[in-house]
Design a binder for this molecule. Structure first.
Ligand code: FMN
Length: 371
């Protein structure tokens, strides 16, 4: 019903990707990835932060659910983290160098009556860790790999040799040009509307500029797309496909906490704001009590990984108390368009049918006078 040369070349029925989303594996579990691929799109497992073993388990689970193409996404760090190698070491550094921040988070925990829980001490995510997960991705011969953040250039030769397609993500023209130089097969141009790590340029000006700058490399449009109108607009801007995150967060197959799905369904676009509270980097997420408290505290956020590990103490406490409403809820402005929780196949059907309907409407309503 809705395909183009790009979707045909990538072996999918419709040019719609489920964006790989991390969040401890909750946002894009195998059941959701497989459902999107089964429905003709391309589901991407967000494996950032997951162990190599868990990544392998998820890849294999997708394969038990579908024989359609799918992908894996990892946030590749730009460089080996300068931080000490364990969470405990980072915490000690926070206590020594940033006592006000440590005290503020303890106060947040007390204010909400949360228990004092210490999360497990695991290795901080760095390039070495990313390489060990990449080994699994190659070993499992995953058809598509998407690199959020860093450059995938060092993967190119190996990916080519086994027919793996590479996708690079970018939030600016400069980064998109860098990704093109890396030799990736497609580039996601992600506008600031998007959920997750995000830049400053909105999708409408970003996408056509990236299309011009990286041509003939295909561009996947991302950021703010949640219905057929968004898809048709993205294709009109020159994108070959769309890369959708937020609209799939409320899918029944997704494992976000119920309270988080409800926040997305109930909120207007204004509720999804950029903040450094959760990781120390600019992340668009639902603006709730916790980000509000930080804003009112006047405390500057720390750099990553310090801010992330600082907030992990809070998140562990919220989790232990079942206060999922206080949990971080990363989502984009498209949340304002998301009105109901549904199975992924219904979301896909609405996206495809909506795009087809918009194309028909344009054909009907637009009068083009040819000379
Ligand atoms: C909850 C959430 C988690 C995300 N995690 C990742 C990630 O781990 N890796 C990545 O490359 N992008 C991540 N993103 C960004 C998405 O890949 C995608 O670019 C974005 O969701 C598209 O914009 P939209 O949310 O408006 O659909 C995340 C987005 C969300 C909403």
């Amino acid at each position: 019903m809705l395909h183009n040369a790009f979707s045909d070349a990538w072996g999918i029925e419709v040019p719609i990707f489920l964006a790989g989303m991390g969040v401890g594996g909750r946002a894009t579990p195998p059941a959701l990835v497989a459902a999107v691929s089964q429905a003709g799109g391309l589901g991407v497992l967000g494996c950032s932060g997951l162990s190599p073993e868990e990544t392998r388990r998820r890849i294999r689970e997708v394969r038990t659910l579908t024989d359609k193409p799918f992908g894996v996404d990892l946030l590749l760090p730009a460089r080996i983290a300068d931080a000490p190698p364990t969470r405990t070491a980072v915490r000690e550094e926070i206590r020594a160098r940033f006592p006000k921040h440590a005290a503020f988070v303890q106060e947040l925990i007390r204010r909400h009556g949360l228990p004092d829980v210490k999360p497990a001490d695991e290795t901080v995510v760095n390039l070495e860790y990313a390489k060990s997960v990449l080994e699994v991705i190659f070993d499992e011969r995953v058809p598509v790999f998407a690199a959020g953040l860093g450059d995938p250039d060092f993967l190119l030769e190996r990916a080519r040799a086994q027919g793996m397609k590479l996708i690079g993500l970018s939030g600016s023209v400069r980064n998109a040009v860098r990704q093109k130089k890396s030799g990736v097969d497609a580039i996601v141009a992600q506008g600031t509307e998007a959920g997750g790590h995000t830049g400053t340029v909105a999708s409408l000006p970003l996408i056509p500029q990236v299309v011009d700058a990286v041509s003939p490399t295909p561009v996947l449009a991302a950021g703010g797309i949640a219905d057929g109108r968004g898809i048709v607009a993205a294709l009109a801007l020159g994108a070959q496909a769309v890369w959708i995150g937020t609209a799939f967060l409320v899918a029944d197959e997704g494992q976000l906490f119920s309270a988080c799905k409800d926040q997305i369904v109930a909120s207007d676009s204004e509720a999804f704001r950029i903040s450094k509270v959760w990781t120390g980097k600019t992340v668009r997420a639902f603006h709730g009590e916790i980000s509000q408290a930080w804003a009112e505290s006047g405390l500057p956020t720390l750099e990553t990984p310090h801010q992330r590990i600082l907030m992990e103490d809070f998140l562990a406490a919220a989790l232990a108390a079942g206060r999922h409403d206080l949990f971080y809820n990363i989502a984009g402005q498209a949340g304002g368009l998301v009105k109901a929780r549904r199975p992924a196949k219904d979301i896909m059907a609405e996206l495809v049918d909506g795009a087809v309907e918009q194309m028909r409407r344009l054909q009907r309503d637009l009068v083009v006078s040819l000379p």
